[in-house]
Design a protein around this ligand. Structure first.
Ligand code: ZN
Length: 158
């Protein structure tokens, strides 16, 4: 089997940031997959599992409820390596296009209080594994990266 595109990115030179991972065309429809990289791969500790899970619940809730983007949201979920998340949006988009949406999502997560959406036994496969405080710590840290991103935070290494 050939090496898939996401394994061809040089993870030794990849910085935290937001990257276009791939664009898939299905007839007239284009889906853009974004790599929301919270961590510098293989150099920084990975995201704690409960925090990762809480960010998944909050991020999916925010994006699927968003007033202008909701109907273009295909997917939001964590990477198995726990260094970030994938977002799949309908349409042909760049990293710069989604910065305002991601900043809004992070601000919402940072300000969030109350019960975590979907954190109930009937709604989730491991509902007790949540950590809102650590998820908010992660959101604040990632928001700083997206505040004033350099080229290396928006484009994969050449
Ligand atoms: Zn869950």
């Amino acid at each position: 089997m050939e090496k898939i595109a996401s394994f061809q990115v040089d993870h030794l030179r990849l910085k935290p940031g937001v990257f276009v991972s791939r664009k898939d065309r299905f007839g007239e429809t284009v889906l853009t997959t974004f790599d929301l990289r919270f961590r510098e791969p293989n150099k920084e500790p990975v995201i704690d599992q409960p925090a990762l899970h809480t960010i998944e619940h909050l991020g999916a809730t925010f994006l699927r409820s968003h007033k202008t983007w909701a109907n273009r949201v295909v997917y939001f979920g964590p990477m198995g390596c726990r260094t970030g998340f994938y977002v799949i949006l309908e349409g042909d988009h760049s990293s710069a296009d989604v910065l305002p949406l991601l900043r809004e999502m992070l601000d919402w997560m940072i300000a969030f209080s109350g019960p975590i959406p979907g954190a109930a036994a009937a709604e989730c496969g491991n509902w007790q594994e949540q950590n809102l405080n650590m998820a908010q710590w992660e959101a604040r840290r990632y928001a700083k990266i997206l505040e004033n991103p350099a080229k290396e935070n928006l484009n994969y290494p050449e």
